[in-house]
Design a protein around this ligand. Structure first.
Ligand SMILES: Cc1ncc(COP(=O)(O)O)c(C=O)c1O
Length: 343
């Protein structure tokens, strides 16, 4: 889609020439036998970054989340999460379909999680109750406009889960963005969570690749669950090499994406569609409740002028900055979207 400014998602990036070279030159082996040196190196690097013992490469973030859910919650028992969490809204009922896991949600809160509410929702084991086994959070929160969960909230949630004897999972598809925005070490996020899923193909620019991060014992079991889900891949070091390249070259530059999102938000705030102060990372949600156009009309008018945006609801659109959108693309998007919002 050259020539277009594609702000639909940070998943649309294409591997750079240098990343493709690293992928082409990757040493590979059969990863189902544990013999792919590039995958093994990536798993060791990511585990170390988060201060955990081990990690497991998966083809998608959804599979990484669902493996973690199956690790933490036995069939018929319960996972708690935000009502807008990816793990319950966009994974097509996988927790129930694959893990037999029951889910219950707190009202959508983005990064502003009320830990006392979560504590009150946790149900103990009993003859009638569905026992709560894990709490899942999303860092950063996709549907909440890339909201960052503050470190203090995560620490409080750890206290709550420890007190109740339940596990804490983090869907960290964009945890890199939280780390860059708040300066919290990845190992501190890792220390607070029993399992994390992290993704190198959103914003970080790799074409494919997520990992589950946890203890060596859980990751051994995760390998078995991944195989059962059809996720055992062979000479997949070609993909892991793209992920390793992304970790080395595309992490610090996420600050550029955040600055571009902030510029977009500041330019569109006068139209009453976004609170620029709440845009902290690379996602700009547009609330079109009071705008002269709804989300499908905005998307269609923008597309006709070469700017692509996501429709998230009848009056909710989303813009996401990433590796393949530069300052000129942001200028163009501001010009086009301002023209449409002026009516
Ligand atoms: C927060 C979050 N978690 C998980 C995923 C799932 O990733 P995948 O599309 O690789 O399954 C996404 C995808 O956009 C996401 O935004």
């Amino acid at each position: 889609m050259t020539g277009l400014v594609d702000l639909r998602s940070d998943t649309v990036t294409r591997p750079t020439a240098a990343m493709r070279r690293a992928m082409a030159e990757a040493e590979v082996g059969d990863d189902v036998y544990g013999e792919d040196p590039t995958v093994n190196a990536l798993e060791a690097e990511v585990a170390e970054l988060f201060g955990h013992e081990a990690a497991l490469f998966t083809p998608t973030g959804s599979m990484a989340n669902q493996i973690a859910v199956q690790l933490l919650v036995p069939p018929g028992e319960e996972l708690l999460c935000d009502a807008d969490a990816h793990v319950v809204t966009y994974e097509i009922g996988a927790a129930a379909a694959y893990g037999g896991v029951s889910t219950r949600t707190w009202p959508a809160a983005g990064g502003d999680i009320d830990a006392d509410l979560v504590a009150a929702m946790i149900r103990p084991e009993g003859f009638f109750a569905v026992p709560t086994r894990a709490v899942a959070i999303e860092q950063t929160h996709n549907r909440a406009g890339g909201a960052v969960i503050p470190l203090a909230t995560m620490r409080r949630l750890r206290e709550v889960t420890d007190a109740a004897g339940v596990a804490l999972h983090c869907d960290g598809a964009r945890i890199w963005h939280a780390h860059v925005a708040d300066g919290v070490p990845l190992a501190e996020y890792g220390r607070l969570c029993d399992t994390l899923s992290v993704c190198l193909s959103k914003g970080m620019g790799a074409p494919v690749g997520s990992l589950v991060v946890s203890t060596a014992e859980r990751i051994e079991r995760a390998r078995w669950i991944r195989k059962r889900m059809g996720g055992g891949m062979r000479q997949v070091g070609i993909l892991a090499a793209g992920c390793r390249y992304a970790l080395r070259h595309h992490l610090a530059r996420l600050a550029d994406d955040h600055a571009r999102a902030a510029r977009l938000a500041a330019a569109l705030a006068p139209y009453g569609v976004v609170d620029a102060d709440r845009v902290r990372t690379n996602i700009v949600p547009l609330d079109l409740t009071k705008a002269p156009v709804d989300a499908p009309a905005l998307a269609a008018a923008a597309r006709a002028q070469g700017v692509l945006v996501s429709v998230m609801g009848p009056r909710l659109a989303r813009l996401v900055t990433h590796l393949d959108v530069d300052d000129a693309g942001i200028d163009r998007a501001i010009e086009v979207l301002s023209g449409i919002l002026e009516g």
